[in-house]
Design a protein. Sequence first.
Lengths: 109, 118
Amino acid sequence: DAKTTQPPSMDCAEGRAANLPCNHSTISGNEYVYWYRQIHSQGPQYIIHGLKNNETNEMASLIITEDRKSSTLILPHATLRDTAVYYCIVRVAADGLTFGKGTHLIIQP
Amino acid sequence: DAGVIQSPRHEVTEMGQEVTLRCKPISGHNSLFWYRQTMMRGLELLIYFNNNVPIDDSGMPEDRFSAKMPNASFSTLKIQPSEPRDSAVYFCASSPLQGQGPMSSPLHFGNGTRLTVT
């Protein structure tokens, strides 16, 4: 699987949009971009994934650049409960997920 | 939907003892994954199954670790004998069958078993 690069930590004010960047410059054509998050003491939680097009669901939006070398996860209205470690993963469909260190997002009141 | 169910939630055992961790995947999911999480190494994939058959066990640390999936609704991860360095949180995840068609299905994780080996 291609490797990803994420900032180790970010802060965001409650109620604002949280924009989490991810660099995956060596991504292959058949690799998907996945985002998970892990709240303390819980298992990783699936957020969203995409291949080429931007995606949106009830939790977040995923913006993938045209060259697919980077992406941004957007939490439109961050709440305190969104404080977690966010993992960006690129993955071929048939494989398990390989987690990096992620971004520790802290939502400030 | 009950989600992925793991038991026990916490396990404390002495070095040398056998430990068995259990996982019930989401009904209808055909792929099952075992992960281990430590502060030093983060989340590591140990092994995964498709249709109860082990596909990739390259992440299993050594022969003391073994995993089985006797049927579609149950899997175990066994450590025998256990050692203090096995202390970690062990997660089980399941998903619809991987590798079929162009779509990629997300993994759904349980809340883990926290293992402490003294």
